[in-house]
Ligand binder design. Structure first.
Ligand code: SF4
Length: 280
C-alpha cells in the first residue's frame, strides 16, 4: 500500500487551478487555429483569431483567459493501492482551491447557499468527483466551469423508442437553444445511458477528452462525427455571430441502462475549455 498524506494535495490543486484558468492547453489552441481554416464567415475568422490572441495574451501576462473563472470541478482518480493519512481529504482539496484562486487573482464566483446567494469569497467549495482505479497513483484534474456554458446544459430521460434520432435531436436542440450564450465554439459533452445522475456525470467526463479524440466504440464514434457535422450546419458560429464553426468537437460517453429508459445529458463547454491534470 502506498500512503499519501492528504496535505500533498494542497500545492497540486493550487497549481492546477492557476494553470487551468491562465494557460489554455495546446490541444485547444491547435483546434482553434485549425478552425480558422474551416470558418467561412470573415467575421467568424476574426473572432477565432481574437480568441487565440486573448489566450496567448493571458498566458504571457499570467492572467485569467476569461473573467468567469468558474466553479472548480475536481476529479480524483485514485489507485486502489493508495491509502490516505492526515487531515480530511475534501478540506485539503478546498484549501488548494482557496489558495489557487487567491494567488492567481481569479474571480470568486461561488455562493454558499443557492437561495441566499452570499459569496463564499474564496471560490470554495469545489465540486469533487472521486473514482477508484487500478494502481498506486492518483490523477488530479481541475476543470473550472464557467456559468455561461454550464447554464445551457440539459438532462432528460428519453424513451428507448426515441432511438438514435431522439438522441441526435436532443443534442442538436440543446446547442441550438444555447446559441451564442454558451460562448462557442463549443466542446459538446454527451452522456448516454446509466441513470439520470450517471448520464450527467458522463456528459461532464466527456469534456475531459482531447479535441479530435473519438469514442472507441465505432457506432458511437460515428454519432460523434454526425453530431459535429449537424451542429456546425446550424450556422451559430463563433460567439454566436453566425458562421461555420459552432463546435470544435462532440464527445459521447456511454453506460449500460435499464431496458425501459434512455437517460441523456448534454454538458456544453465554451471556448475557454479549461482543465489541467497531474499524476502524483
Ligand atoms: S461561458 Fe466560458 S468563455 Fe463565456 S464567460 Fe463563461 S467562462 Fe468565459
Amino acid at each position: 500500500m502506498r500512503v499519501i498524506n492528504t496535505k500533498e494535495l494542497i500545492p497540486v490543486v493550487n497549481d492546477l487551478v492557476k494553470k487551468a484558468c491562465i494557460d489554455l492547453d495546446d490541444n485547444l489552441m491547435n483546434a482553434l487555429k485549425q478552425s480558422i481554416l474551416l470558418e467561412e464567415s470573415e467575421l467568424g475568422k476574426e473572432v477565432l483569431e481574437t480568441l487565440i490572441e486573448n489566450a496567448n495574451s493571458a498566458r504571457e501576462k499570467q492572467v485569467a483567459c476569461c473573467q468567469d473563472t468558474g466553479i472548480a470541478v475536481v476529479y480524483l482518480e485514485i489507485g486502489q493501492e493508495v491509502s490516505w493519512e492526515g487531515a480530511n481529504l475534501t478540506d485539503m482539496i478546498n484549501e488548494g482551491v482557496r489558495q489557487g484562486y487567491g494567488e492567481g487573482y481569479l474571480r470568486n464566483s461561488v455562493v454558499g447557499d443557492p437561495i441566499l446567494r452570499e459569496n463564499t469569497k474564496d471560490n470554495t467549495p469545489a465540486v469533487i468527483h472521486t473514482n477508484i482505479v487500478e494502481g498506486s497513483e492518483v490523477k488530479i484534474t481541475v476543470m473550472p466551469k464557467g456559468a455561461g456554458s454550464e447554464n445551457m446544459g440539459r438532462a432528460s430521460v428519453l424513451k428507448p423508442a426515441d432511438g438514435v434520432e431522439g438522441v441526435l435531436n436532443y443534442v442538436i436542440e440543446t446547442v441550438e437553444n444555447a446559441g451564442g450564450k454558451a460562448c462557442p465554439p463549443l466542446i459538446v459533452g454527451v452522456g448516454l445511458g446509466g441513470t439520470m445522475e450517471k448520464s450527467t456525470l458522463l456528459a461532464k467526463e466527456a469534456l475531459k477528452r482531447p479535441i479530435g479524440d473519438r469514442n472507441p466504440i465505432s457506432h458511437i464514434a460515428a454519432l460523434e462525427e454526425e453530431l459535429l457535422q449537424r451542429i456546425n450546419d446550424l450556422g451559430i458560429g463563433p460567439i454566436g455571430i453566425g458562421g461555420r464553426v459552432t463546435a470544435l468537437d462532440v464527445h459521447i460517453e456511454t453506460f449500460p441502462c435499464h431496458i425501459a429508459s434512455l437517460p441523456i445529458a448534454v454538458n456544453l463547454q465554451c471556448h475557454a475549455n479549461r482543465h489541467a491534470s497531474k499524476v502524483i
